[in-house]
Design a protein around this ligand. Sequence first.
Ligand code: GNR
Ligand code: NI
Length: 167
Amino acid sequence: MLKILEFPDPRLRIKAEPVRVFDAALGELIDAMFATMYAAPGIGLAATQVDVHKRLLVLDVSEEKNRPLTLINPTILAREGAQVYQEGCLSVPGIFAEVERAERIVVEAQDRHGAPFRLEADGLLAVCIQHEMDHLVGRLFVDYLSPLKRELVRKKLEKQRRAAPAA
Ligand code: GNR
Ligand code: NI
């Protein structure tokens, strides 16, 4: 399992670089990211969260956990509407807050072999893709909160860690 960085780790602020080489090592990283995401459990994971600063994310928003999706070098081609969703993040454990994002997006990305594809997403899938793409530019959902609320989140995490320090 890969180690997931937690807020306010400064490495979560690093901007990811495009993936240029689609080799076996990339495939192994993707498999390890899925294993880490499903074990957490989470519905998405960006490479940034496991300290790999490449434009790569994995997600699976299905109930049965049988719809794995890999997006490499994703770009949003179109966005419309707005939705508010109560978000959480594996890098900000135990914290949940409402964030407004586009309701519907069209994304272009590459798969694990480098083949380009387009995806139209709405609802939770659209939320998750936008949340993961934020990670790739060093942005966290708590950045959408007021500075005061963000400071409360930081203090709460500090307190949680004092009660149960990471192994
Ligand atoms: O597991 C996750 N759940 C979630 C719930 C609402 C909005 C976004 C997410 S993504 C999160 C996993 C994660 O931190 N991905 O970066
Ligand atoms: Ni996250």
